[in-house]
Design a binder for this molecule. Structure first.
Ligand code: ADP
Ligand code: MG
Length: 308
């Protein structure tokens, strides 16, 4: 569905500095209907690579193919049309504050060239229905919670009936409960509408919950790829140290002045369960208690809105 072939993106140097190679010779195949996770630390080049897929950021070199069409070979008008099959959502939601929810969604249809107002209305209503937020159609973004805003952003992205949904840190501004809700909607959109999803994140929890395939990025390169189900396998250890770090749970802080010789032992049943289920690889940082999966969170906690 999506094929990136030797894609590189450089930004010109600031005065007296080297140019920035934000994306450096990345080749990636993303099958139709799959969910591709791209994980890495801040500055790894994830957002630039994602923006390369719809040419929001045109690569300096390499080819981008989506749905059998080489986007990097299209003229502006053809590219504008081809982009309608690619929706995008962002960490900051990017809703227009002085438009209502319904108007925000209709706007994307306007941009897509849909001239019939009634068609725009109907398609916007359909899209809001998909993320169960029809009741907020007439309110303004300021009156919504973060999770509701992201659901509206998903509706806006879906209104043009895209085949691909690009997600740039879609849950990074949300608390864990709201994150679980939004991830569930993305999973549903993938399964029910067959939309190919590419999700960029720095949170392995998000990848674990949602992705079929994982690509690990560092310094503009995809340094490692593996099927996401590997993350469930006991003893799975990524090849790269960044991969191993990202797979490990949580952060540990040294509070005894560098005297730590042994991993702190997690206390309580949760900690023991986590230890026996997932022995840490030798180079992993120490593990804390296991975090909850999205489904467990959803089962455990009532939340705003939604159908679950
Ligand atoms: N428009 C731009 N101009 C100059 N440098 C940029 C631009 N966009 C991103 N970069 C640089 O490219 C690198 C990768 O950035 P980005 O793709 O945003 O990484 P990530 O999303 O993984 O945090 C960073 O060093 C960033 O500062
Ligand atoms: Mg980013």
């Amino acid at each position: 569905m999506i094929s990136l072939r030797h894609v590189s993106t450089s930004f010109p140097a600031a005065r007296g500095k080297e140019p920035i190679h934000a994306v450096d010779d990345v080749s990636l195949e993303i099958p139709r209907g799959s969910i591709q996770g791209i994980i890495g630390f801040s500055g790894a080049g994830k957002s630039t690579l994602l923006r390369n897929i719809n040419l929001l950021e045109r690569p300096t070199s390499g080819e981008v193919h989506v749905g059998g069409v080489e986007l990097t070979a299209l003229d502006d008008e053809a590219l504008r049309r081809a982009r309608h099959q690619i929706g995008m959502i962002f960490q900051g939601f990017n809703l227009v504050n002085n438009l209502t929810v319904a108007q925000n969604v209709e706007l994307s249809l306007k941009f897509a060239g849909e001239k019939d107002r009634r068609v725009r209305r109907r398609r916007a209503a359909e899209a809001l229905e998909i993320v169960d937020i029809t009741d907020k159609a007439k309110v303004y973004p300021a009156q919504l919670s973060g999770g509701q805003k992201q659901r509206v952003a998903i509706a806006r992205a879906l209104a043009t009936r895209p085949e691909v949904l690009l997600c740039d840190e879609p849950t990074s501004a949300l608390d864990p409960f709201t994150t679980a809700t939004v991830l569930q909607y993305l999973a549903d959109v993938n399964r029910e509408l067959g939309i190919t999803v590419v999700i960029v994140t720095h949170e392995m929890e998000v990848i674990k919950a949602l992705a079929d395939h994982v690509a690990v990025m560092e310094s503009g390169r995809v340094v490692e790829q593996f099927p996401a189900r590997e993350l469930q396998r006991e003893g799975f250890a990524p090849h790269t140290s960044i991969g191993r770090y990202l797979v490990s749970d949580g952060i540990s802080v040294d509070r005894d002045g560098g005297a730590r010789t042994q991993a702190p032992t997690p206390s309580g049943d949760q900690g023991r369960a986590a230890e026996s289920a997932e022995p840490p690889a030798p180079q992993d940082p120490p593990r804390g208690p296991r975090r909850l999966a999205a489904s467990e969170l959803l089962a455990a906690v009532p939340f705003e809105g939604g159908r679950r």
